[in-house]
Structure formats: C-alpha cells, structure tokens
Write a protein that binds this ligand. Structure first.
Ligand code: CU
Length: 207
C-alpha cells in the first residue's frame, strides 16, 4: 500500500515537472509564471454565442495600446463586429465600400465622437482614452452597428461561433473574470491563476 502511494507521488511529481517545463520553455522568463483560461459561454439565443468578450477586469501594470487595431466598413457591416482593445489604443476606421460611410458613437466613454463621412479607401482614426463600451454607428446606413470594448489590459478573448474562448499567458494572480455581450449579462467570477495551470471557466448569460 505504502509502495503504491509512493509510486503515485513519484509519477505525479514527474508529471508536474513536465507540465512546468512545457509551460516554461528555456529562454522564456516569467517572474511569477503564467496560466491559461479557457471556457465557453451559453446564451438563450445561440446566435449571440459569438462576439462575447471575456476579460480580466484589472491586471496590475501599465499595458501598452493594442497594435494594428482596425475596423473595416465592408459590405455595409463593421468588421469585426466587436473589437476589444486596450485603453489608449488608436483605431483605424477604413471604408472599403464604394459608398460613403460615417462612424459616430453616442457613448460618453468615447467623447460621443463623430468622425465625419469619407469615401472608399480612406481611413479616419480615433483614440479611445477611457475604458468601457462604445457602440459604433453610421449615419448613412442606420442598420450598421459595431462595438469597441475598451479594457485595462490585453488579457481578453472574443468568443467564436460556438461560444468558446481562450486567454493565454495570463500572469499568475487573483482576478475578477468578466464577460460582455451586446444583449445579455453574466456574473463575474473570482479566479486564481497559477503558474502552468489551465483554468476552465464557463459563463451562463441571461437577460
Ligand atoms: Cu455606412
């Protein structure tokens, strides 16, 4: 009996060392280590599984703006429909259609900006200076709608059509994990990220 438990201890130690080694390749240095968060959202209407933003509310540190943030207006839709970014990111708004487009928002977190109206191939920019959500609209096409989700840090993920998400390389620590959806809400979850660990957290979204 004793022998068996010693064997279990021996092999589980080897497994732990292997996991640690795999998550910390040689030459990559993490002060406290990193973990991964994965999961899925469920929603009352399946079409809203996509484009939920799962994010950590606050991760200590100053995080640089998101690089290459761009929203295309193509085929009379905003692409992507939902764009999560780190605060102070400048977003390029490109018009790829052969009609005039406009981008404006009624939301205060983005100064209720109105970038005017511009033709195909041209870009206008806006720098998001506050965290929160800004709806993006076009005065020319009232059916057009997109969202900028402005966050404190880059540890976020947008769900795919099946509601799945993955947030990688999260620094070890205790956090609040939140979800945003344009129609539904979900309860925040308290989490603890440990080095080399993969957490699985699901959200059930409701009205
Ligand atoms: Cu338009």
């Amino acid at each position: 009996m004793l022998k068996t438990s010693k064997m279990v201890l021996f092999y589980s130690t080897i497994a732990m060392v292997a996991v640690f080694a795999l998550s910390n390749p040689i030459g990559v240095c993490y002060a406290q280590g990193v973990g991964t968060i994965t999961g899925a959202v469920t929603v009352p209407l399946p079409k809203y599984k996509k484009d939920c933003v799962v994010y950590i509310e606050n991760v200590p540190g100053n995080w640089p703006p998101t690089k290459g943030a761009c929203i295309d207006q193509k085929g009379l839709v905003f692409i992507p429909h939902v764009l999560p970014i780190v605060v102070n990111t400048t977003v390029e708004f490109l018009n790829s259609d052969n009609v005039l487009h406009n981008v404006f928002t009624p939301d205060k977190i983005a100064d209720k900006f109105n970038l005017g109206t511009w033709p195909q191939g041209e870009i206008r920019t806006y720098t998001f200076k506050q965290t929160g959500v800004a709806i993006l609209l076009c005065k020319v096409h009232t059916e057009m709608e997109g969202y900028a989700v402005v966050l404190q840090n880059p540890f976020f993920s947008v769900t795919d059509e099946n509601g799945n998400y993955t947030i990688k390389d999260v620094p070890a620590g205790s956090y609040t994990l939140k979800v945003w959806n344009k129609k539904y809400g979900g309860k925040p979850q308290q989490i603890e990220v440990k080095n080399g660990q993969a957490l699985q957290l699901n959200f059930e979204l409701k009205k």
